[in-house]
Design a protein around this ligand. Structure first.
Ligand SMILES: Cc1cc2nc3c(=O)[nH]c(=O)nc-3n(C[C@H](O)[C@H](O)[C@H](O)COP(=O)(O)O)c2cc1C
Length: 151
C-alpha cells in the first residue's frame, strides 16, 4: 500500500515537473494499452491533479504543458464507418483534458497492419509530422530531436 502511494507520488511529481509530455500509444483493442491506463489511474488524484469547483464542474490542475501523442494503429480509422471505433484518441483527449492538459498534438501512424509494403511510407509521414509539430507547435529545438527510424 505504501509502495503504491509512493509510486503514485513519484509519477505525479514527474508529471508536474514536465514541460512537454511525449506519449507513445499503440491502439490495443480499439483503446489504449493497460500500461498507459495504469499510469493515468495513478496520476488522476482529486485535490492534486484535478478538483471540483462545483457539482459537475471539474477543474484540471496540470496546466501549462504541451503534449505530443504518437498513436500507432494496425487499421485505419480516419474515415467512417470505422472512425467511430476509435476509443484511443477520444479517451486520451477527454482524460488528459480533465487533468488540465489541453495543448494536445496527435501524430497518427495508422494502417500499419493493412499492407506491409506501405509501412515505410506511413512511418515516414508520421515522423515528418512529428518533427514539424516539435519544431513549430511544441517549439522544441531541432538540435534536440533525434529520430532513429531504423529501430
Ligand atoms: C493486443 C493487440 C491489440 C491490438 N488491437 C488493435 C486494434 O484494436 N486496432 C488496430 O487498429 N490495431 C490493433 N493492434 C495493432 C497495433 O495497434 C499496431 O500493431 C501498433 O503498431 C502497435 O505497435 P507495437 O506493437 O509496435 O507496440 C493491436 C495489437 C496488439 C498487439
Amino acid at each position: 500500500m505504501q509502495a503504491a502511494s509512493e509510486r503514485r507520488e513519484r509519477l505525479i511529481t514527474q508529471l508536474e515537473r514536465a514541460d512537454i509530455l511525449v506519449i507513445g500509444c499503440p491502439m490495443y483493442n480499439f483503446t489504449i494499452p493497460t500500461q498507459l491506463k495504469a499510469w493515468l489511474d495513478h496520476v488522476t488524484l482529486v485535490g492534486r491533479t484535478f478538483r471540483y469547483t462545483g457539482p459537475n464542474r471539474p477543474e484540471g490542475l496540470v496546466v501549462g504543458k504541451k503534449v505530443l501523442v504518437i498513436a500507432a494503429r494496425g487499421g485505419d480509422y480516419s474515415a467512417p464507418p470505422v472512425s467511430s471505433w476509435d476509443f484511443q484518441e477520444p479517451l486520451l483527449r477527454t482524460w488528459l483534458g480533465f487533468l488540465g492538459l489541453v495543448d494536445l498534438h496527435f501524430v497518427r501512424a495508422e494502417g500499419l497492419a493493412l499492407d506491409p509494403a506501405r509501412v515505410p511510407e506511413i512511418l515516414k509521414r508520421a515522423e515528418e509530422h512529428m518533427v514539424e509539430l516539435l519544431e513549430h507547435k511544441l517549439r522544441y529545438a531541432p538540435a534536440d530531436i533525434t529520430v532513429d527510424s531504423a529501430s
